[in-house]
Design a protein around this ligand. Structure first.
Ligand code: ATP
Length: 217
Protein backbone atom coordinates (compact mmCIF):
# COMPACT_ATOMS: atom_id res chain seq x y z
CA UNK A 1 0.00 0.00 0.00
CA UNK A 2 2.85 2.37 0.89
CA UNK A 3 6.37 1.77 -0.35
CA UNK A 4 9.20 4.12 0.49
CA UNK A 5 12.52 3.42 -1.18
CA UNK A 6 15.94 4.97 -1.00
CA UNK A 7 14.70 8.21 0.54
CA UNK A 8 17.35 10.83 1.27
CA UNK A 9 16.91 14.32 2.68
CA UNK A 10 19.45 16.92 3.79
CA UNK A 11 18.95 20.34 5.28
CA UNK A 12 21.27 23.28 4.84
CA UNK A 13 22.61 24.76 8.00
CA UNK A 14 24.74 27.79 7.18
CA UNK A 15 27.49 26.50 4.86
CA UNK A 16 26.95 22.90 5.86
CA UNK A 17 24.50 20.35 4.66
CA UNK A 18 23.15 17.97 7.28
CA UNK A 19 21.99 14.58 6.03
CA UNK A 20 18.90 13.60 8.02
CA UNK A 21 17.67 10.66 5.94
CA UNK A 22 20.32 8.58 4.16
CA UNK A 23 18.35 6.01 2.19
CA UNK A 24 15.21 5.08 4.06
CA UNK A 25 13.23 2.02 2.95
CA UNK A 26 9.85 1.23 4.45
CA UNK A 27 6.82 -0.76 3.35
CA UNK A 28 3.39 -0.73 4.92
CA UNK A 29 0.66 -3.17 3.99
CA UNK A 30 -3.03 -2.30 4.02
CA UNK A 31 -4.42 -2.80 7.50
CA UNK A 32 -0.97 -2.72 9.08
CA UNK A 33 -0.05 -0.46 11.98
CA UNK A 34 3.58 0.52 12.48
CA UNK A 35 5.23 2.51 15.25
CA UNK A 36 8.12 4.74 14.17
CA UNK A 37 10.57 5.37 16.97
CA UNK A 38 13.94 7.10 17.13
CA UNK A 39 15.73 9.59 19.28
CA UNK A 40 14.89 13.27 19.15
CA UNK A 41 16.22 14.84 15.95
CA UNK A 42 16.59 11.47 14.16
CA UNK A 43 14.28 12.60 11.34
CA UNK A 44 10.92 11.05 12.22
CA UNK A 45 8.90 14.20 11.48
CA UNK A 46 10.93 14.80 8.32
CA UNK A 47 10.05 11.30 7.11
CA UNK A 48 6.35 11.77 7.88
CA UNK A 49 6.27 15.09 6.02
CA UNK A 50 7.86 13.47 2.97
CA UNK A 51 5.42 10.55 3.07
CA UNK A 52 2.56 13.04 3.26
CA UNK A 53 3.94 14.88 0.21
CA UNK A 54 4.36 18.07 2.23
CA UNK A 55 8.04 18.27 1.34
CA UNK A 56 10.20 16.79 -1.42
CA UNK A 57 12.98 14.25 -0.86
CA UNK A 58 16.41 14.79 -2.42
CA UNK A 59 16.34 11.26 -3.77
CA UNK A 60 14.15 8.21 -3.55
CA UNK A 61 10.50 7.40 -4.18
CA UNK A 62 7.26 7.21 -2.28
CA UNK A 63 4.57 5.06 -3.85
CA UNK A 64 0.99 4.48 -2.82
CA UNK A 65 0.01 1.48 -4.93
CA UNK A 66 0.59 2.76 -8.45
CA UNK A 67 0.65 6.45 -7.44
CA UNK A 68 4.15 7.96 -7.18
CA UNK A 69 3.89 11.06 -5.02
CA UNK A 70 6.75 12.94 -6.74
CA UNK A 71 5.11 12.54 -10.15
CA UNK A 72 1.95 14.37 -9.08
CA UNK A 73 1.48 18.08 -9.69
CA UNK A 74 1.10 20.29 -6.62
CA UNK A 75 -2.68 20.34 -7.12
CA UNK A 76 -2.86 16.56 -7.54
CA UNK A 77 -0.72 16.08 -4.45
CA UNK A 78 -3.00 18.36 -2.41
CA UNK A 79 -6.07 16.45 -3.62
CA UNK A 80 -4.41 13.11 -2.87
CA UNK A 81 -3.58 14.28 0.65
CA UNK A 82 -7.10 15.58 1.23
CA UNK A 83 -8.83 12.47 -0.02
CA UNK A 84 -6.55 9.62 0.97
CA UNK A 85 -4.50 10.68 3.97
CA UNK A 86 -5.34 11.41 7.58
CA UNK A 87 -2.68 13.63 9.14
CA UNK A 88 -2.13 14.38 12.81
CA UNK A 89 0.97 16.50 13.20
CA UNK A 90 2.56 18.15 16.19
CA UNK A 91 0.98 21.47 15.26
CA UNK A 92 -2.68 20.60 15.12
CA UNK A 93 -3.46 23.03 12.27
CA UNK A 94 -7.09 23.42 13.27
CA UNK A 95 -8.92 26.19 11.44
CA UNK A 96 -9.30 29.01 14.00
CA UNK A 97 -12.44 30.49 12.45
CA UNK A 98 -14.37 27.20 12.51
CA UNK A 99 -16.07 25.51 15.44
CA UNK A 100 -15.02 22.05 16.60
CA UNK A 101 -17.98 20.54 14.72
CA UNK A 102 -16.96 22.25 11.47
CA UNK A 103 -13.26 21.49 11.93
CA UNK A 104 -14.17 17.82 12.32
CA UNK A 105 -16.32 17.72 9.20
CA UNK A 106 -14.34 20.13 6.99
CA UNK A 107 -12.03 17.66 5.31
CA UNK A 108 -14.55 14.86 4.87
CA UNK A 109 -17.04 17.31 3.32
CA UNK A 110 -14.38 18.68 0.96
CA UNK A 111 -13.50 15.14 -0.06
CA UNK A 112 -17.22 14.37 -0.56
CA UNK A 113 -16.95 11.56 1.95
CA UNK A 114 -18.93 12.76 4.93
CA UNK A 115 -20.41 9.81 6.84
CA UNK A 116 -22.82 11.04 9.53
CA UNK A 117 -22.79 7.79 11.54
CA UNK A 118 -18.98 7.63 11.60
CA UNK A 119 -18.84 11.34 12.46
CA UNK A 120 -21.14 10.78 15.47
CA UNK A 121 -19.13 7.79 16.61
CA UNK A 122 -15.91 9.82 16.50
CA UNK A 123 -17.48 12.63 18.55
CA UNK A 124 -18.69 10.11 21.11
CA UNK A 125 -15.47 8.13 21.36
CA UNK A 126 -13.21 11.18 21.43
CA UNK A 127 -15.41 12.80 24.09
CA UNK A 128 -16.01 15.91 22.00
CA UNK A 129 -19.80 16.14 22.44
CA UNK A 130 -19.77 19.10 24.79
CA UNK A 131 -17.12 20.99 22.83
CA UNK A 132 -18.74 21.07 19.39
CA UNK A 133 -19.66 24.77 19.43
CA UNK A 134 -16.30 25.96 20.74
CA UNK A 135 -13.50 27.43 18.66
CA UNK A 136 -9.96 25.99 18.76
CA UNK A 137 -8.60 28.85 20.89
CA UNK A 138 -11.15 27.93 23.57
CA UNK A 139 -9.75 24.39 23.91
CA UNK A 140 -6.91 22.92 25.95
CA UNK A 141 -3.96 21.30 24.16
CA UNK A 142 -5.34 17.81 24.76
CA UNK A 143 -8.78 18.81 23.51
CA UNK A 144 -7.26 20.31 20.37
CA UNK A 145 -5.32 17.11 19.85
CA UNK A 146 -8.51 15.05 20.07
CA UNK A 147 -10.17 17.28 17.46
CA UNK A 148 -7.13 16.92 15.17
CA UNK A 149 -7.34 13.14 15.52
CA UNK A 150 -11.09 13.18 14.83
CA UNK A 151 -10.61 15.29 11.74
CA UNK A 152 -7.95 12.90 10.40
CA UNK A 153 -10.10 9.83 11.04
CA UNK A 154 -13.28 11.44 9.67
CA UNK A 155 -12.24 10.90 6.04
CA UNK A 156 -11.60 7.17 6.68
CA UNK A 157 -8.17 7.63 5.15
CA UNK A 158 -6.19 5.05 3.19
CA UNK A 159 -3.25 5.90 5.43
CA UNK A 160 -3.26 7.54 8.82
CA UNK A 161 0.01 9.38 9.55
CA UNK A 162 0.39 10.59 13.11
CA UNK A 163 3.28 12.37 14.81
CA UNK A 164 3.02 11.69 18.54
CA UNK A 165 -0.77 11.99 18.33
CA UNK A 166 -1.32 11.40 22.01
CA UNK A 167 1.52 13.54 23.35
CA UNK A 168 -0.81 15.92 25.19
CA UNK A 169 -3.21 13.30 26.52
CA UNK A 170 -3.29 11.49 29.84
CA UNK A 171 -2.62 7.76 29.74
CA UNK A 172 -6.26 6.65 29.81
CA UNK A 173 -7.29 9.07 27.05
CA UNK A 174 -4.22 8.13 24.99
CA UNK A 175 -5.21 4.47 25.25
CA UNK A 176 -8.79 5.27 24.17
CA UNK A 177 -7.61 7.30 21.20
CA UNK A 178 -5.23 4.57 20.06
CA UNK A 179 -7.95 1.96 20.45
CA UNK A 180 -10.10 4.09 18.16
CA UNK A 181 -7.33 4.39 15.57
CA UNK A 182 -6.65 0.65 15.74
CA UNK A 183 -10.38 0.03 15.35
CA UNK A 184 -10.41 2.11 12.17
CA UNK A 185 -7.43 0.17 10.85
CA UNK A 186 -9.23 -3.13 11.49
CA UNK A 187 -12.57 -1.99 10.09
CA UNK A 188 -11.38 -0.19 6.96
CA UNK A 189 -8.02 -1.83 6.29
CA UNK A 190 -6.23 1.52 6.26
CA UNK A 191 -2.53 1.73 7.10
CA UNK A 192 -1.36 3.47 10.26
CA UNK A 193 2.10 4.94 10.79
CA UNK A 194 2.63 6.58 14.15
CA UNK A 195 5.64 8.36 15.56
CA UNK A 196 5.90 7.75 19.28
CA UNK A 197 8.43 7.95 22.09
CA UNK A 198 6.26 5.66 24.18
CA UNK A 199 7.29 2.00 24.42
CA UNK A 200 3.88 1.23 25.87
CA UNK A 201 2.00 2.71 22.88
CA UNK A 202 4.45 1.29 20.34
CA UNK A 203 3.70 -2.16 21.73
CA UNK A 204 -0.01 -1.81 20.83
CA UNK A 205 0.79 -1.64 17.10
CA UNK A 206 1.64 -4.56 14.78
CA UNK A 207 5.26 -3.68 14.25
CA UNK A 208 7.88 -1.21 15.22
CA UNK A 209 10.67 0.37 13.17
CA UNK A 210 13.47 2.54 14.47
CA UNK A 211 15.10 5.46 12.69
CA UNK A 212 18.76 5.79 13.54
CA UNK A 213 21.64 7.55 11.77
CA UNK A 214 19.38 8.28 8.81
CA UNK A 215 18.29 4.70 8.22
CA UNK A 216 15.39 2.48 9.28
CA UNK A 217 16.39 -0.54 11.29
N1 ATP B 1 13.32 22.88 7.87
C1 ATP B 1 14.47 22.49 8.44
N2 ATP B 1 15.63 23.13 8.21
C2 ATP B 1 16.79 22.73 8.74
N3 ATP B 1 16.90 21.65 9.56
C3 ATP B 1 15.79 20.97 9.84
C4 ATP B 1 14.51 21.34 9.30
N4 ATP B 1 13.60 20.47 9.77
C5 ATP B 1 14.26 19.60 10.55
N5 ATP B 1 15.58 19.90 10.59
C6 ATP B 1 16.63 19.13 11.32
O1 ATP B 1 16.54 17.79 10.88
C7 ATP B 1 16.74 16.90 11.98
C8 ATP B 1 15.55 15.97 12.10
O2 ATP B 1 14.42 16.71 12.55
P1 ATP B 1 13.01 16.00 12.80
O3 ATP B 1 12.06 17.05 13.28
O4 ATP B 1 12.63 15.25 11.57
O5 ATP B 1 13.37 14.97 13.97
P2 ATP B 1 12.42 14.10 14.90
O6 ATP B 1 12.99 12.73 14.93
O7 ATP B 1 11.00 14.23 14.45
O8 ATP B 1 12.63 14.82 16.32
P3 ATP B 1 11.65 14.93 17.62
O9 ATP B 1 11.49 13.54 18.16
O10 ATP B 1 12.45 15.81 18.53
O11 ATP B 1 10.36 15.55 17.15
C9 ATP B 1 16.99 17.77 13.20
O12 ATP B 1 18.38 17.85 13.40
C10 ATP B 1 16.41 19.12 12.81
O13 ATP B 1 17.11 20.15 13.44
Amino acid sequence: MLTVSGLTKSYRSGQDSVAVLRGVDLALAAGESVALTGESGSGKSTLLHLIAGLDQPDQGEINYGDVTISRLTDAERAAFRRERLGLVFQQFNLIPSLTVADNLAFQSRLAGRHDAAWHSELIERLGLGRLLKRYPEQLSGGQQQRVAIGRALAVKPTLLLADEPTGNLDEATADDVLALANDLVRRTGCGFLMVTHSERLAATLDRRVNLHAGLIH
